[in-house]
Design a protein around this ligand. Structure first.
Ligand SMILES: [Zn+2]
Length: 471
């Protein structure tokens, strides 16, 4: 497969501008009041402090030694990876409040200094499945959280577990193919039967149930380490819905999100302490990521499709998703060609007569910027709109007042970035690496596990740029 990089929207818990936006985007919720501003200021200062210290560390550290090698396993028989996702954990949240456990992993491990870059669209299902397949959404098939099969008209939802939707080879299947054991404690796609991965044994393949406490999830993974050494899965996933849930409700700068981040840190602490108790913490590779970030949205940042009626009438049944990913599929018997629809929409949007019209631009999918990797699938509707950060598209005015948070935007926005932390025998302590796209993680994990991976969009050289060489 051609080596290229890509990514959709949601409320379940499932979009980056570049450097100059680093500080702006920490504080984008519009529901700001004085305490929030103060909190934001502290967040900013923490982030500046963290980055300053990191840079100081670089400048004071001797040049990276080329002799460092991976640390030996003390107890486990095989390299073992626990892949953790904290949904909607926007890059920078780790500095919102005291997060001693996450910082223990950062200090003694390797961190993406300016965060992990999600695929477009920056939605939960497309991103989680890119992380475990190394594929951009058009290649792994999960192009949005909801979409239609263009041939049969069937609808994919986040509860669809038929293998026809889920393309590519996820890590759990790769691990089983190599004759080793994998275990999933929730992850989009993990319940799908694919080849050697049958998900028959609920001991190793948990069926999604959001009411299971985070503590129970961690404890179950810890229990695996009480099995005979050769029965311990070499690859495990853990998924937590927070802080995405709170981010949608109240926006990224609210105290509820801070509390959720503190709780996730406590859960990471529970995992660390459980592994330490079993004498395997330093043997296990812990990879902590999020699927995407979060940005504040409010109703004054709206674009209404009905406002375009003088140029072209966009019927609601043409719209497969509104916001932040605008996806439009006009019926073949409409009076307009796809090219006409795009031209007329953009004419209206740029006329100066449509409220916030300059905050949205629509494209034929094949004309989207190539960096988005969002064209090569029949499942992707033919017309895609890119909306400015924090804006939302709706059909018509409802007068409803809402302030909250969203993701799904262009993955170039910094607010859509999330975290990457790697801790374990092959991760150098205190190492900082540049931001990278999450399609690289598949090869990173197969490299740690020493197993052969399936072809994917990650680069072959990435693992060696991050990992310590084996001794
Ligand atoms: Zn979400």
């Amino acid at each position: 497969m051609e080596t290229k990089k890509v990514q959709a929207e949601d409320e379940e818990s499932l979009p980056t501008s570049t450097t100059p936006l680093l500080l702006n985007n920490i504080n984008t919720s519009s529901s700001q009041n004085k305490p929030t501003l103060l909190l934001n200021l502290i967040t900013c200062m923490s982030l500046i402090t963290a980055i300053t210290f990191s840079l100081l560390f670089f400048s004071l550290s001797p040049p990276s030694t080329t002799t460092a090698t991976a640390r030996h396993l003390n107890k486990l028989h095989h390299p073992t990876v626990i892949l953790i996702s904290s949904d909607g954990f926007r890059f920078g949240y780790q500095h919102k409040t005291s997060t001693p456990n996450i910082h223990r992993l950062i200090t003694n491990g390797t961190e993406a200094l300016t965060g992990l870059i999600p695929v477009f669209p920056t939605l939960t299902f497309p991103n989680h499945y890119s992380i475990v397949t190394g594929l951009y959404p058009p290649h792994h098939g999960i192009i949005n959280n909801f979409f239609f099969d263009p041939v049969t008209g069937e609808k994919f939802t986040m509860a669809s577990h038929e293998s026809k939707w889920w393309l590519g080879q996820p890590l759990w299947q790769t691990v089983v193919n190599s004759g080793k054991i994998a275990a999933t404690y929730f992850w989009p796609g993990s319940e799908v039967k694919k080849g050697s991965w049958t998900c028959d044994d609920v001991k190793y393949c948990k069926h999604y149930n959001g009411s299971v406490s985070f503590e129970d999830r961690v404890d179950t993974v810890l229990d695996y380490f009480d099995l005979d050494l050769d029965d311990i899965p070499v690859f495990m996933t853990l998924y937590f819905e927070d802080p995405d849930h709170q981010g949608h409700q109240v926006g990224p700068d609210d105290d509820e999100v801070t509390q959720a981040v503190a709780r996730i840190d406590g859960i990471i602490g529970r995992l660390i302490h459980g592994l330490e108790k079993r004498g395997v913490f330093e043997d296990v590779s812990i990879i902590m990521v999020g699927d995407h970030g979060m940005v504040g949205t409010c109703d004054q940042k709206l674009i209404f499709l009905d406002d375009l009626a003088s140029w072209v009438e966009i019927k609601s049944n043409w719209v497969h998703s509104y916001s932040p990913l605008l996806a439009i599929w006009p019926p073949s018997d409409s009076n307009y060609s796809l090219t006409d629809v795009v031209a007329k929409m953009n004419e209206g949007l740029s006329s100066g007569k449509v409220e916030n019209g300059n905050k949205l631009k629509v494209f034929l999918k094949e004309d989207l910027p190539k960096r988005l990797h969002y064209a090569e699938s029949d499942r992707i509707p033919p017309i895609i709109g890119l909306v400015h950060e924090g804006y939302k598209v709706e059909q018509s005015r409802t007068g409803k007042k809402e302030c909250g948070g969203a993701h799904g935007y262009d993955n170039e926005f910094f607010s859509m970035r999330t975290i990457f932390i790697g801790h374990g025998p092959q991760f150098e302590r205190g190492k900082k690496i540049p931001s990278f796209e999450n399609v690289e993680i598949y090869n990173l994990i197969t490299s740690i596990l020493n197993i052969k991976g399936a072809p994917n969009n990650g680069s072959d050289s990435f693992p060696q740029s991050v990992l310590l060489p084996k001794a």
